[in-house]
Ligand binder design. Structure first.
Ligand code: GLA
Ligand code: ZN
Length: 672
């Protein structure tokens, strides 16, 4: 559990009493209690309030608030205010402000506008974190530290440039080595002094291509992403350490933005977080497997440990172009979905809707109507009542037979430069394969390249573009001892320096795949080919591998063009295991049939085979097995159950043989 001090499902969210008077605060407490709220996040953007100038600190406001909350049985997740530096600070020390990708320096305004390498910023941030921790270390309400808020932006200022140059010096030792590994003889990019090395802006090596920045010196951009991930992580760590000095036993986290967020390699972050936290804002009509992927990635960051759902909207967001309300029942549904996937908290942004400011239309538990009689409040209250009896879910762990290998390095390297097809995108390939894994009911985790593979019968690694010798060996070990691996086109292309591994793709993975790719054809999205496999034909597009099979058996062949009848899908026996290779961006149908084929061929078996649009998440604790069933469709669904008697933990209904789910309904079945 997140903190044994509060051994229940945490229910609450961001609250900004500093925006309200005392009378409102007192009324809010009553409403919180009515809604079953037991944790409140405080202080997220309160820097000027707690530090009105360089030498003054005043924690009296939050002290009073925390005292009152605690008296009423409500605990506190306390945030450091460091995502929005005060105006007095940026006025006096403008070097704190970041410079954007166009080389434009911010002057004022907003949040997440600081340079992660500014010594002044870092000093002020760790200082206020330490002062807060010192002040509140013995406060009985405190259960969790929330550092900063949604770390977001890269900076490209001169400070960052100098630090980057030093970072490179440390990494490469000599300029010769850097030039060699960055392949700078291409276009005469050779650097003759460290000071010549730029940061990647639109004034230097970046250019806009279709829908994103790419780099004419991709090796530099890749290193910058690694450097920025590390720089921002250092900001977190400096606050983390300052806090830990005073409260070694209170967990420290930061709310990660969006899970599949390109800028940060969250596997690196998670190594340093006591518990992972993230903010979940499902898109309108977004496929449920996409939300499941995000949760599973967050859960996977710490190999299955429970996580904090720090934010979700009870109703609507405000930052989308169109901000649909969550339909009646939808907030409850996504809340259970989060609990199934590993969350042990359900926290809202926010508890009281703002009266002013840019987010005044963002949904909240207490809306502008300012009443407990609203639809939203009633739904929040109902869920609050339901989860009171579900503490048994704490410390349950998801068990999955399959995993998707997710890799930021591949995502970056593949999308940041000219590749054969600009529309071949990392996330869309990942989503397609993850969806198929989920649909089987075998359970799908997400793993990183540094994590243990042996736990899984089947690993799917879509578009694993960057494979160094170490990862190649790890994959070989996994397969030779019996694992099943699915690889796809655009894999194993480059090594850790972003240099092509010669000898045909997928580089170091040749013998695993049992063949190699001689050419990659690339066509506009509307120009499709077909793959003949399993006696039927499947659509594919974007990229088409011209494959030479060596030891592999050919499962599928292209139907058209100059590679008609040539191999498109391979399977290769390797040691005790098997490798499947898919040489194009294929339709979901193909992925699904392939996964079903693998399931059958290798005797993988789900406890529960999900009906269409039904999701099954299996969890265990001690000897107990829990099945979460979600009906994502708008029709009734019947699901066949394994042997035994199952009790729905929410309603107490007993199910045997079959479970019956209404539209968008959820059951949590505990085997009796
Ligand atoms: C993010 C932030 C919050 C708020 C919400 C609105 O998640 O962390 O401060 O802006 O978005 O959805
Ligand atoms: Zn900077």
């Amino acid at each position: 559990m997140i903190n044994p001090k509060l051994p229940v499902i945490w229910y609450g969210g961001d609250y900004y009493p500093e925006q309200w008077d005392e009378k409102t605060f007192e009324r809010d407490i009553e409403m919180f209690k009515e809604a079953g709220i037991n944790v409140v996040t405080l202080g997220v953007f309160s820097w000027t309030l707690v530090q009105p100038d360089e030498n003054t600190y005043d924690f009296s406001f939050f002290e009073k608030v925390m005292d009152r909350l605690y008296q009423e049985g409500i605990y506190v997740c306390l945030a450091t205010p460091t995502s929005a530096p005060p105006h007095w600070m940026t006025q006096k020390y403008p070097e704190i402000l970041l410079t954007d990708v166009n080389g434009v320096k911010r002057e004022k305004g907003g949040r997440q506008n600081f340079c992660p390498n500014s010594e002044k910023y870092r000093y002020f941030a760790r200082n206020i974190a330490e002062k807060l921790a010192e002040h509140f270390k013995d406060h009985p309400a405190l259960v969790l530290w929330h550092v900063n808020n949604e770390y977001l932006n890269y900076c490209y200022c001169d400070t960052c440039k100098a630090k980057f140059q030093n970072w490179l010096k440390e990494k490469y030792g000599t300029l010769d080595e850097l030039n060699r590994r960055w392949y700078t003889r291409f276009w005469s990019q050779t650097f003759t002094s460290w000071e010549e090395i730029p940061v990647p802006t639109t004034k230097s090596v970046l250019f806009w291509r279709k829908d994103r920045y790419q780099s004419v010196l991709p090796e530099l951009y890749l290193d910058y992403r690694r450097f920025m991930t590390q720089s921002m992580l250092e900001c977190f760590l400096e606050e983390y350490q300052a806090i830990k000095k005073h409260t070694p036993d209170i967990p420290v986290t930061t709310n990660l933005i969006a899970a599949t967020f390109k800028e940060w390699n969250y596997f690196e972050w998670a190594k340093h977080m006591d518990v992972v936290a993230w903010d979940n804002y499902p898109g309108y009509r977004e496929d449920f497997s996409v939300i499941s992927l995000r949760h599973s990635l967050i859960r996977g960051l710490k190999e299955g440990q429970p996580f904090v759902l720090m934010e979700q909207s009870p109703s609507q967001a405000c930052w989308r172009w169109y901000n649909p309300q969550k339909r009646p029942g939808e907030m409850r549904f996504w809340s259970y979905h989060a609990l199934a996937h590993g969350a042990e908290t359900l926290m809202f942004f926010q508890l009281r809707q703002s009266k002013g400011g840019v987010e005044k239309f963002h949904g909240a538990v207490i809306t502008h109507v300012d009443s407990t009689e609203t639809r939203v409040f009633r739904e929040v209250k109902k869920l609050g009542e339901e989860i009171k009896s579900l503490s048994n879910l704490l410390d349950t762990r998801v068990v999955s037979q399959t995993a998707l290998l997710f890799d930021w390095e591949s995502w970056w390297a593949m999308e940041d430069t000219l590749t054969p097809n600009v529309d071949f995108r990392y996330l869309s390939e990942v989503q397609k394969y993850f969806k198929a894994l989920m649909k089987t009911g075998l359970g799908a985790d997400v793993v990183g390249r540094d994590q243990a593979f042996e736990r899984y019968r089947l690993i799917v690694a879509p578009a694993l573009y960057m494979v160094d010798k170490k990862l190649a060996q790890k994959l070989k070990d996994y397969v030779s001892s019996g694992g099943i691996l699915v690889l796809t086109t655009m894999s194993g292309i480059v090594d850790e320096n972003d240099q092509i591994v010669l000898g045909g793709y997928p580089g170091y993975l040749h013998d695993l795949v049992g063949g190699y790719v001689e050419e990659i054809d690339a066509l506009p999205p509307e120009e499709k080919n077909e793959i003949l496999m399993f006696g039927r034909s499947y659509e594919c597009n974007l990229v088409f591998d011209y494959i030479k099979a060596t030891t592999a058996e050919v499962l599928g062949r292209f139907r058209k063009d100059y590679y008609a009848s040539e191999p498109a899908v391979l399977r290769n026996k390797y040691g005790k295991g098997w490798v499947y290779y898919v040489g194009s961006s294929v339709s979901f149908d193909l992925v699904w049939d392939l996964v079903k084929f693998i399931e059958k061929e290798h005797g993988l078996k789900a406890d529960i085979t999900p009906a269409d649009d039904v999701e099954v998440v299996k969890k265990i604790k001690d000897e107990k097995t829990f099945y979460f069933l979600f009906n994502h469709s708008s029709e009734r669904r019947i699901v066949d159950l394994p042997e035994g008697r199952f009790k729905d933990m929410i309603t107490g209904t007993i199910y045997e043989e079959k479970a019956d789910l209404g539209p968008r309904d959820v059951l949590i079945l505990l085997k009796e």
